[in-house]
Structures are given as structure tokens and as C-alpha cells.
Design a protein around this ligand. Structure first.
Ligand code: NAI
Ligand code: MG
Length: 395
């Protein structure tokens, strides 16, 4: 019997193309695992009214380790229209299966490393005062609270009267009190101290384990005094246990501005759900974009690793596939790290780094070509060829 069982959930679109590539790499590096398939995504919404079938939840509960590709999701009305006729009007409502997974298993710690690989033509380049150029080395790891904040799912258009009454207790509600129900939408930003502590502690522990000098809390406490304020309070508390690591604080808006000024100064960053989502995409943009952005969703029992890109439907049907498998492969490396196979994880990252540096095999995104069926004729590697190059280095 294999040492680990991984629930492999390819999902939709290019998720189905890149996930098998990561599995090839994990096999090649000698990861002792077997893979069981987990259904997830649009197909299951249409046919079953549930994009995250209970059988997949059971598999995750049993094996506690998941590798996930990507899913397609669509706005509420469109989703309802695509549901099979016999399922319509039965109270099925589309929800994101990723958010669902995070909530069911309390995968509250989201880790998104954004590291530049030397030689990647997509790396951020900055102009120097003398008109030259420099390429700062970006090595940022974003810790995003994954289950609360503005994505906690508590929202209404036309909120119930009791909610409006409760809000009426707040003096700042006055200007909104007379707005008609259907003209009011509310999304709740809810933080709990416990979840703040868990994400901040995970960030500090990571910084300590990997020798990073600082943890930066990236929130907006001057305006969001209660929620961002709580995250900052907790960070100061937790920091007391990590005296060797500096605690910095930046505002999300200013951080976005500084992003291209001095990204090399940031190492571990921590933020609530929405700001963490924003800042991690922003840092990913400096190191190659969606083709390079990997992530882990980690709870006490279950952990699921996934590229941050979506299902990119317009590339899903191209034969041969042209999308970049590196984000998925690096997510596989994060899975290795998570189960204690750090040496294998490092081998995978080193192999990716070498293929990127040598630059002989590059998918269309790395050549800055517009994606399409003709990219291979224009010198781009296919998805498989890029993985093959990585396997070649690992061999
Ligand atoms: P997307 O990430 O699927 O694609 C945006 C663009 O990024 C693509 O058109 C392509 O140019 C590029 N891209 C993405 N992955 C790439 C790769 N591996 N290699 C090279 N280029 C790549 O985002 P989009 O188009 O906004 O959404 C498409 C669908 O995916 C939607 O249904 C959306 O809801 C869903 N989605 C799912 C996510 C997930 O499963 N975690 C995350 C984001 C979007
Ligand atoms: Mg995102």
C-alpha cells in the first residue's frame, strides 16, 4: 500500500489538463502515493445540482489530502439556467465548490508563495534612475485568511427587516435607513479573533521555519477599525513569541502602490480574505502571473493544493494543450512539503527553476504570445512538452 492517498480533483477546463501533469511530476520524484479521483465542478452542478458532491467530501474526509485543478463558475442566473430541467425549481443554488471545501473542512490558512525564478522573461523589471533596468528578486509568501472576512458568505440584497433593525442601532446607518430594500446590498466582513490568531501564527511559524526576517500585516486599520484592527492587535500579541522576526504593518492600498517600488523588501505577508486574495494576485503578477501561482488551503486535518488560476475555458479544448502546467506542478511541490517530503519538494522546485532558466522550453505565456491554436507553430511548447522538460531534469 502507498504511504499517502491523494484525492485528485481535476475539475473543469484546463484543470483537467494540468492536474495529470503535476501527478506525473510527483510520480517521477518518487512520491509514494496513490491517487483517487474526486468529482468536482460545473458538470456536477448541471447534472446533480451540486458542484461539490458529498462523495468527494467523503473522500477528502477520509484521505485528508487533495490536489485540485480548477473549476468554472458562473453568475447566479446563468447557473440556474444551465441546471438540468428536472432539477430546476427544487431549491438548488449554485455555490463555489472551492469556497465550500474551505468552509466544510475549515481550510482557514491559505498559503501563496510568489517567488521569481531567475531567467523567467515574465519577471518584473524596474527602471533605475540612470535609465538602466534591474530585476528585483521577489520572494514573498502570502498568508490569506481563507474562511471569513468579506468572503464569509453572509450577504443580502434586500436584507430582512430584522437585519435592518439591527443595523439601525449603529449611528452610521442613518443615511441608509430610508433606502428601499431592493436597492440595498450588504456583504458582511466578519473576523473572529481565533481565526486571526491562527493565520497570523501560521505566518510567523512559517517565517521562523524558513528563515524569513519579517511578517507584514496588510490590512486597513485606519478605516476598518474593528476587523483590520483586530488582525493588527492579534499580530502584536503573536509577535511577542517571535522576537527575532520583525512585525511590519502596511495598508492594502499603499501596499499595492509599493508593490512595484520595492517588492524585494517583503517576505511573509498576512491578510484577511479579500485583501489576501488581492495582494497574492498582485505579487503573482511580479513573478510570472497565473502560470506560476501556486497555493495551499490548509486546515487542522485536511489540506488541498491548487494553482490559483481558473479553468480558462477558451484554452480547454485546444489540442495539443498549450497552457502552462508550472502553477499546478508547484502546487504539487507544496503538497510534498506539507506531508514532510521537503527534499522531494525542493527537487521539483529546482527542476522547474532550471527549465525556466535554460529557456529552451517555454509555453506561450512565457513567450508573451497571445494564446491560441497557432502558438506551437510560433515556437511555444505544449503543456506536455514543458512537463517533459521538467521530468527530464528530475530523471
Ligand atoms: P482564468 O484563470 O481561468 O484565466 C484567465 C487567463 O489567464 C486565461 O485566459 C489565460 O490567458 C491565463 N491563464 C490562466 N491559467 C493559465 C495557465 N496555466 N497557463 C497560461 N495561461 C493561463 O480566469 P478567468 O478567465 O477569469 O475565469 C475562467 C473560469 O475560471 C471562470 O468560470 C471562473 O469563475 C473560474 N475561476 C476558477 C478559479 C479556481 O478554480 N480556483 C479561480 C479563478 C477563476
Ligand atoms: Mg483570486
Amino acid at each position: 500500500m502507498a504511504k499517502h492517498t491523494v484525492v485528485a480533483m481535476p475539475g473543469d477546463g484546463i484543470g483537467q489538463l494540468v492536474l495529470p501533469e503535476a501527478v506525473r511530476v510527483l510520480c517521477q520524484v518518487g512520491f509514494d502515493a496513490e491517487y483517487v479521483h474526486g468529482d468536482i465542478g460545473w458538470e456536477f452542478w448541471i447534472t446533480e445540482g451540486n458542484p461539490l458532491p458529498e462523495r468527494t467530501v467523503d473522500l477528502l474526509r477520509e484521505h485528508q489530502l487533495g490536489l485540485f485543478g480548477a473549476i468554472t463558475s458562473k453568475p447566479k442566473k446563468e447557473a440556474a439556467m444551465e441546471l438540468r430541467p428536472e432539477l430546476r425549481g427544487k431549491g438548488h443554488e449554485y455555490f463555489s465548490p472551492i469556497v465550500g471545501m474551505r468552509q466544510i473542512f475549515n481550510l482557514d490558512v491559505c498559503v501563496r508563495p510568489c517567488r521569481s525564478f531567475p531567467g523567467n522573461p515574465l519577471n518584473f523589471v524596474r527602471q533605475t534612475p540612470d535609465g538602466g533596468h534591474e530585476e528585483p528578486n521577489v520572494d514573498a509568501v502570502i498568508f490569506r485568511q481563507n474562511t471569513e472576512g468579506l468572503y464569509c458568505g453572509i450577504e443580502w440584497t434586500d436584507p430582512p427587516q430584522v437585519v435592518r433593525n439591527a443595523l439601525g442601532m449603529h449611528p452610521k446607518y442613518k443615511p441608509f435607513a430610508d433606502v428601499l430594500g431592493e436597492d440595498v446590498a450588504i456583504s458582511v466582513r466578519l473576523f473572529t479573533r481565533n481565526a486571526c490568531r491562527r493565520i497570523v501564527r501560521a505566518a510567523f511559524e512559517y517565517a521562523k521555519r524558513h528563515g524569513y526576517p519579517s511578517v507584514t500585516v496588510c490590512e486597513k486599520p485606519n478605516v476598518l477599525r474593528e476587523t483590520s484592527g483586530m488582525m493588527e492587535d492579534v499580530a502584536r500579541d503573536v509577535h511577542a513569541n517571535f522576537p527575532d522576526i520583525k512585525l511590519w504593518s502596511t495598508n492594502i492600498d499603499a501596499q499595492m502602490m509599493w508593490l512595484t517600488k520595492n517588492p524585494e523588501d517583503y517576505s511573509v505577508l498576512v491578510a484577511g480574505n479579500l485583501f489576501g486574495d488581492i495582494i497574492s494576485d498582485a505579487f503573482a503578477g511580479l513573478v510570472g502571473g497565473l502560470g506560476f501561482a501556486c497555493s495551499g488551503n490548509i486546515g487542522d486535518d485536511v489540506a488541498v493544493f491548487e494553482p490559483t488560476h481558473g479553468s480558462a475555458p477558451k484554452y480547454a479544448e485546444l489540442d495539443p494543450p498549450i497552457v502552462n502546467p508550472i502553477a499546478m506542478i508547484l502546487s504539487g511541490a507544496m503538497l510534498l512539503e506539507h506531508v514532510g517530503e521537503s527534499e522531494k519538494a525542493e527537487r521539483v522546485r529546482t527542476a522547474v527553476a532550471r527549465v525556466v532558466r535554460e529557456g529552451k522550453v517555454r509555453t506561450y505565456d512565457m513567450l508573451r504570445l497571445p494564446g491560441g491554436p497557432d502558438v506551437t507553430r510560433r515556437g511555444a511548447a505544449t503543456t506536455t512538452q514543458l512537463t517533459d522538460a521538467i521530468l527530464g531534469v528530475l530523471a
